[in-house]
Every structure is written in C-alpha cells, then in structure tokens.
Design a protein around this ligand. Structure first.
Ligand code: NAG
Ligand code: NAG
Ligand code: NAG
Ligand code: NAG
Length: 357
C-alpha cells in the first residue's frame, strides 16, 4: 500500500504516469508463466500481444484448471471468481484458467473473468459453448456474440487480448455434431476465426482427436477427414485426452494412453498444443461412464487412482517440456468427483503444488 501511495504521489508531482509494463519488456519475463504483471491495472501493456505472451514453446506442463461455471452463471458472484483465482494461483501455482461451458449470454461473465485474470496475473481461455444445460442449441451464437462484444466494446476491450490466451470454439463440437453437421460447424468456425482476427487471439476447438474415421483416420494413425479440415482452420489445438472415457482403460493404463495421444498430436498437427481437458474420478461419477465401470457403484476410481493419475502428469514434466505441451486439470469445481476443490472446501490432493520444470 505504502509503495503504491508513494508511486502515485511521484507520478502526480512529476506530471507523467510511470507505465508499469515497460520494465517487463524482456522475453524472460513473459506472461503468464514468468514475472510479467498487470500490477492489477486495466491499462493495456505498452507492447504488442506477441511480445507480452510467453511463446507456445514456453507454454508446457501444468497451466491451471478448467473453471466450470454451470450453476446459475448469471448469479456467480464476482467475489467467488476472484477468490477461486486467488486459490488456484496461490495454492497450486496456476498461471491460467480455462472457462468451461458458461451457459450465460451477457458480457458480464467474460468481463469478470478478465478482471480476475488481471488481478491474479493469470491468462484465461474463453469458450464459445453449445449449451449443455437444456437451453436451445442455437444459443451458442449468443455466447459467441457476448465474447465478440466484450472484445470490441467492453471497458476491458483494450486489455482483453493481453488476458485472453485463446478461445475455444466448442467443447467436443465434433463428438456432439454441434451446428447440425460437420460442414455447418466448419463454416461457423471459419467465420468466428475471421471475426476474432483483429484481436490476434488464437482460436481452436476443444476436442478429443481420438475419433477414428472422423478426427483421426480409420486406422487411427493419421488425421481423419474432419480432423484435417479442423486443423487447417485452427490456430491451436486444445485436446481432450480422455482415458477415462475410453472404457477399457484402467488408471494404470492411462499414462501410456496420454503419452501416445500427445505423440500422435505432435506428429499429425503442426500447431501449438494444450491438453484442455482430461480427468479421473476420486469416487464413482454419477452420469459419466468411464474408469472401467463394471456397475453403478463400481469403477476403477477413488482417491488413490485420482492422485496417481495427476501424479503421472506431474512426474512427466520433462516429457511435456520436450513436447511443448501444456495441460489443465479438469476441474476446479462443479464437476462432481472430478473436482480438485471439494464441496467442504478441502482439496482432493492436499498440499500438492504441481512441478514447474
Ligand atoms: C531479461 O532479463 C533477465 C533477468 O532480468 C536477463 O538475465 C536477460 O539477459 C534479459 N534478456 C533480454 C533479452 O534482455
Ligand atoms: C485490484 O484492484 C481492485 C480495485 O480496482 C481492488 O478491489 C482489488 O482488491 C485489487 N486486487 C488485488 C489482488 O490487489
Ligand atoms: C459494439 O457495439 C456497437 C454499438 O452498440 C454494435 O453495433 C456492435 O455490433 C458491437 N460490436 C460487437 C462485435 O458486438
Ligand atoms: C489442409 O491444408 C493442406 C496444406 O495447405 C492442404 O494440402 C489440404 O488439402 C487441406 N485439407 C483440407 C481438408 O482442407
């Protein structure tokens, strides 16, 4: 506080504003993985977007959490987003948060996420979702409009490209045939990319590429017809690597699968790659198959499997570094037994700070 007061006093008497960002212009202090900071100011950094962000090569290993906002999006109080960002950053060293499925249609939520990103020096990932909460499918375009309006017209418009790392156009849109057909969807994606181009924010889809005959080829070795078109239309890959849903896999098999998927993506898609979604359950996950479910109350899941699953990611920091792939833990809250933060406020893996390497 005292420092801030002195600085504003100095700025006032000398009659010019010290730009807090100028000192950060150095690739070793890039955002959000190193020390570059907004100083909780909504003034855009005095540099280009690409000077500000860490490169894709530097964006590997643990990045943060999927941050679902599914329960009453419009009612999500800002203080909750703010304190969640503080916990993700302070307790786990998260440098980004990935918005997941906001079934809400106003600029407000995006502005609040940007504000929290600025306060805690975290990059954020936006998402144009096809609603999964029972709202009409066609309302995806309202989400698209609210994001575009936030980028163009909100009080955060200028700083937004420095906080928004990338935008996911759909979450498993190919798996769900969002847009009604792959062709329709590709048209929407292409249009969205053009609309976002002025802001320089990369666009990709959040999707499982292990869909033989569609995203991957029939034999699974290379890109499939839809995968090739999507790759051509994308600036980045946000991959769902989902051993939990490939139902013969046990937790013990999961790391091998993850590793193979990362290598498959590296050899088939020449774009920056993040794992945006992957999970294991710490107890039976009602409504989700997976985890080698053999009956409603029996699965290869539990605290031990959950901890091992994420420990494998953590133990393989060097693998992610070599492959230049970052990963998100799905999820922070609101996703039942996938959550890191339990309803009682405790963490599913206590006292764990993922490795940086
Ligand atoms: C960036 O800053 C670091 C530490 O302050 C310094 O070691 C490095 O040489 C600087 N790099 C450039 C390109 O200025
Ligand atoms: C950021 O600034 C706002 C006022 O604009 C203040 O309410 C908030 O506490 C500050 N956050 C941090 C983390 O310093
Ligand atoms: C920005 O606001 C103007 C005026 O309300 C509106 O016409 C325009 O469509 C908005 N831009 C976006 C991208 O939503
Ligand atoms: C994707 O791009 C490559 C290289 O530009 C091109 O050869 C290929 O035909 C494109 N494929 C599709 C399905 O658009």
């Amino acid at each position: 506080m005292r420092t801030l007061t002195v600085l504003s006093f100095v700025a006032a008497v000398t009659g010019y504003r010290i730009n807090p960002h100028l000192r950060e212009e150095n690739s070793s202090t890039c955002f959000p993985l190193q020390s570059a900071t907004f100083h909780n100011s909504t003034t855009a950094p005095d540099m280009t977007r690409s000077e500000w962000w860490c490169s894709a090569e530097q964006t590997y290993g643990f990045l943060g959490f999927s941050y679902p906002i599914e329960d009453d999006c419009d009612g999500e109080p800002y203080s909750l987003i703010e304190s969640d960002f503080a916990s993700m950053k302070n307790d786990f060293g998260a440098s980004m948060a990935r918005a997941y499925l906001p079934g809400c249609y106003t600029d407000d939520i995006w502005e609040r996420i940007i504000k929290a990103g600025i306060e805690y020096d975290m990059g954020v990932i936006f998402q144009v979702a096809w609603p999964l909460n029972g709202d009409p499918d066609s309302w995806w375009s309202k989400i698209q409009d609210s994001i575009l309006d936030t980028l163009a017209n909100s009080s955060y418009a200028e700083i937004a490209p420095f906080v928004v790392h990338s935008i996911e156009f759909g979450t498993e849109p190919i798996g769900d045939t969002d847009g009604g057909s792959y062709d329709n969807f590709e048209g929407y994606l292409s249009k969205f990319k053009d609309l976002v181009k002025p802001y320089g924010i990369p666009v990709g889809i959040s999707e499982d590429w292990d869909r033989p005959g569609i995203m991957s080829s029939d034999n699974g070795n290379s890109l499939g017809p839809v995968g090739e078109t999507i790759a051509n239309l994308s600036d980045c890959v946000h991959a769902h690597v989902m051993p939990y849903y490939h139902d013969d896999l046990t937790e013990a098999d999961s790391w091998n699968y993850i590793k193979n998927q990362v290598q498959w993506l590296k050899s088939n898609v020449n774009l920056p790659i993040l794992i945006s979604e992957t999970q294991w359950a710490w107890a039976y996950n009602d409504g989700h198959a997976g985890g080698h479910v053999t009956g409603p109350d029996s699965c290869d899941c539990g605290e031990e499997q959950y901890t091992n699953y994420w420990q494998n990611f953590d133990d393989n920091c060097q693998f992610f570094k070599q492959n230049q792939v970052g990963w998100f833990l799905h999820s922070w809250q609101q996703e039942g037994t996938f959550d890191m933060k339990k309803d009682d406020g405790s963490y599913a893996i206590p006292n764990w700070v993922p490795t940086k390497c």
